[in-house]
Design a binder for this molecule. Structure first.
Ligand SMILES: [Zn+2]
Length: 486
């Protein structure tokens, strides 16, 4: 064996080592550093959309009247611009690389189309993905977090890619153009744009069928399409991601929190779920992509159709492309869940942050980021409970049918102000003892002590904070606090 070849093998072995899931998970055992979403200084590729370029990219656009084509392009332009400027897209990171790699593998059998697609990862926690007429495919963080494997993601992406390849936007627009009055919609409203970018039922069936064709040459398992569609349903049936409720007992039932187990009985949870179904703040996409997300029977029909297609599909002569190297799905999914925790905190969805943090703590019980997030959300929950005299409006970013979420929600709703303060204080105390040198934990210990035991009791902690972290990020806050207490 030549020396060069031996070095080559060594390098390969080293690379294999670097991408092994066990090794990568070690990075998130202890802490987590969230990705920056694309706000503040955006790279040009994320905001500098060009209207003329979008017109050129619209597949089948030449079949539309010039006026309608321009209108469609303008819709897409404003949607992408607002979406990017709102910080909804992620900058390049290992999650975006992963999504890109799945897209590349799907497109490898149709190289001529490769450059027409642009894949984006959105911070949205909705279980969804969508495609625009110019080949922009947006994958939501919530989709990655809820699927079981990469083949399911590949199917959803192949479905979106098919909408573009089959010119569905243009075809649907041509079909419905007469019925749509463009004049009364504000072109800057994402809601209106969404409504117009929605696909017809026929297009959905068509995209499903074509996706199976696209996947046939890849190494993804097309059979996963049935389960993938199942995940898009927000059904009425509650599912349970944490049947043992182990973590609930660990984090909520302690000497610092005496919740009544009847609060989380099957009956109580079902009642909360029913109420949530009526009053949930539906987000933009839930409303406008009703077909894809609601309890609509449409998804079941699509599943039946796919079963028919696959039972008659002849794979015998199809040559598979080479499998792409990429990170392990389970690892990517956990990173997506860490990001959901981060996004929930940014948007003040404290119960949702708790829910995602608790699910991850099962795998990373010592993770500092997760433990401090738990502490932060409990503090803010008790804070807002006090402000609203015991009530807390539990906002949630997405509709879910996971019992684990409703169990946490039930506890948070039922706790009175004093119990909420006690729970938060107890949690902060345990954490600050476990993490003897952590700035966030010490800061929240001080806040909790003030909140639960009064200002005199908190002096020690505030002063300890100033002494330990004279340049710390909460110094200004702490100084204000101390001067107000004197
Ligand atoms: Zn679709």
């Amino acid at each position: 064996m030549s020396k060069l070849k031996r070095i080559h093998i060594y390098v390969l072995a080293l690379t294999a080592c670097l991408i092994s899931p066990q090794l990568m998970q070690a990075q998130i055992d202890n802490n987590y550093v969230p990705f920056h979403a694309a706000d503040g200084l955006l790279p040009k590729s994320l905001y500098d959309f060009n209207l003329e370029g979008i017109v050129q990219q619209i597949k089948g656009g030449d079949q539309l009247e010039a006026e309608k084509l321009k209108r469609l392009a303008t819709d897409i332009y404003y949607f992408k611009k607002e979406y990017a400027e709102g910080g909804n897209f992620y900058l390049k990171n290992e999650l975006t690389d992963y999504v890109q790699s799945i897209g590349d593998e799907i497109l490898v059998s149709i190289p001529a189309n490769k450059n027409n697609f642009k894949f984006y990862l959105s911070r949205s926690m909705e279980v969804n993905a969508f495609c625009m007429a110019d080949g922009t495919v947006i994958i939501n963080l919530g989709l990655i977090a809820s699927l079981d494997n990469e083949s399911q993601l590949a199917f959803i992406m192949a479905h979106e890619i098919s909408h573009y390849l089959k010119q569905h936007s243009v075809n649907d627009l041509k079909r419905t153009a007469d019925a749509v009055t463009y004049d009364n919609v504000n072109q800057n409203s994402n809601r209106a744009v969404f409504r117009r970018l929605q696909f017809s039922r026929d297009s959905e069936f068509d995209a499903d069928g074509f996706a199976i064709n696209l996947l046939a040459t890849t190494n993804f398992d097309a059979m996963e399409c049935i389960t993938a569609l199942e995940k898009l349903k927000v059904s009425d049936t509650l599912v349970d991601s944490d049947p043992q409720q182990v973590l609930l007992n660990k984090y909520f039932k302690s000497e610092y929190c005496d919740f009544d187990t009847s609060w989380t009985s099957e009956k109580a949870i079902a009642a909360i779920h029913d109420r949530a179904a009526v009053t949930s703040e539906s987000n933009l996409m839930t409303q406008d992509f009703g077909d894809l997300l609601s309890t609509h029977p449409e998804i079941e029909k699509r599943q039946y159709a796919l079963k028919e297609i696959m039972s008659n599909f002849d794979y015998s002569d199809i040559e598979k492309v080479e499998k792409f190297e990429r990170k392990d799905f389970q690892y990517i999914q956990r990173i997506a869940r860490f990001e959901m925790v981060e996004n929930s905190m940014r948007e003040s969805y404290y119960t949702h942050a708790l829910y995602n943090a608790v699910r991850l703590l099962e795998y990373y019980p010592d993770n500092i980021y997760l433990n401090t997030t738990l502490s932060k959300s409990l503090y803010w929950i008790s804070y807002y409970k006090e402000i609203n005299s015991g009530k807390l409006v539990v906002r949630q970013p997405v509709t879910t049918n996971d019992k684990a979420f409703f169990r946490i929600k039930a506890i948070i709703e039922k706790l009175d102000v004093t119990a909420a303060k006690k729970l938060s204080y107890g949690n902060a105390k345990i954490l600050s003892e476990a993490l003897s040198s952590n700035e966030v934990s010490l800061f929240y210990m001080a806040l909790n002590t003030e909140h639960y035991l009064g200002k005199n009791a908190s002096f020690t902690y505030y002063n300890k904070y100033l002494k330990t972290y004279p340049e710390g990020r909460f110094v200004e806050f702490v100084n204000n606090r101390l001067s107000y207490m004197q």
